[in-house]
Design a protein around this ligand. Sequence first.
Ligand code: NAD
Length: 499
Amino acid sequence: MQELTHYINGEHVSGASGRFADVMNPATGEVQAKVPLATVEEVNAAVAKAAEAQKIWGATNPQKRARVMMKFGALINEHMDELAELVAREHGKTLPDAKGDVQRGLEVIEVCMGAPHMLKGEFTDAGGPGIDLHSMRQPLGVVAGITPFNFPAMIPLWKMGPALASGNTMVLKPSERVPSTALRLAELLKEAGLPDGALQIVNGDKEAVDALLDNDTIQAVGFVGSTPIAQYIYSRATANGKRAQCFGGAKNHMIIMPDADMDKAADALVGAGFGAAGERCMAISVAVPVGQETADALVERLVPRIEALKVGPYTAGDDVDFGPVITAASQARINGLVQSGVDQGAKLVVDGRDFSLQGYENGFFVGPSYFDNVTPDMDIYKEEIFGPVLSQVRTDNYEDALSLVMDNEYGNGTAIYTADGDTARDFAHRVNVGMVGINFPIPVPLSYHTFGGWKKSAFGDLNQYGPDAFRFYTRTKTVTSRWFSGIKEGGEFNFKAMD
Ligand code: NAD
């Protein structure tokens, strides 16, 4: 049995706690590795080393830090297949999807190559007689990253890239279900020239997370995961005086207007609803057709498309559409929620519950399910299912569809399919959701914009990656200076009156 490690001060270090979590192969249901769960003492020691490393790394000029990012980006590209395989092995997603996971993380590293530009301050010349002002962005010190299972490469890269490029050092606690990719990324960063200790990977569970939240040296916490944990981490981190941005769960709706291209809308719903087994915070889990005819046209197109989806292990080839879900508990929960939908009166048009794959009977597979006639009081509508289940809520008109999206407690992503520019514009303008797609089902912004939801999908200020990330990982200092040479010439100015 492979025993994984922490990565401290540029080296793999065995766990000292004697506590381990199982790392599963979700396709077979077998334990494939054990990951150590850190103690408070191990976390505190990692933070202390990161604080030493920050003195060196924070004093390294931004261009040199950017060069480390350039080399890191090149190494990620060079190791793309290997990293994707690591992602797929522990998460279960298909290899093309796993490459997308690495690629979307890499794109954030590419923006970090422009750190000197992102970190430039502001300057006001002659804000008063002989007075100039300039502001600078300085690193916070040691920061923490806490990441979820569903993007084992992308989200750790979203955290470590901007934090390190800004001159901080980081202690990252990846999801204990998928720890290997972050460990490999830390090795590549060392190869790229990052000083030892600047990125510490501490594996663990709640004990390690709480130790990070309570450690006085940690200046900021970047979290991504489920809403209840995001809320908890935000409260505890901020109560301890830290800066925190905590991104949570989602329930993303797609409105389909009667004038939409129905085939394109159906293709988009299948990809966005079932890709990655629905384990994406930007997955579309609710289809909202406007008008009965639109709803019927969708059912007609969606059923054959959903029934044709190929579910299997990532090793079965690139024509597999999606793999298993992450754990047996998740599989049981999803199947239970599908049953609740039936019990509460929704119409189960495609039933994925009894899915089984020969040779992989113990894997955590769930077939695709599609519900029609879902209403907002049902559990399948209220819960973030995080599985391959699409719910259809029929509405009579655009305003009802918009209200449904607006009344939902989550606000991560949403989309509209329409041929009418006025409707699209109205939707984008009025909807209370952080990321909006127009004829675009999964509107994850490109890396030089920023990513973040509204309502219960995010706690704290500023988004992830892009310019916001550099603001989050730095603090601004503004200097007002006065030099007297320019004033003397006029000779008249009364400095006393200025003070
Ligand atoms: P999770 O909340 O269970 O775990 C996330 C992290 O928190 C992990 O590192 C985990 O070890 C830690 N953690 C779990 N329970 C904890 C506790 N009680 N105390 C302290 N730490 C704890 O989330 P997950 O199941 O790994 O990921 C799926 C969730 O993440 C979904 O809800 C999904 O929508 C969300 N997500 C959100 C975004 C976003 O940007 N908004 C992106 C990806 C995933």
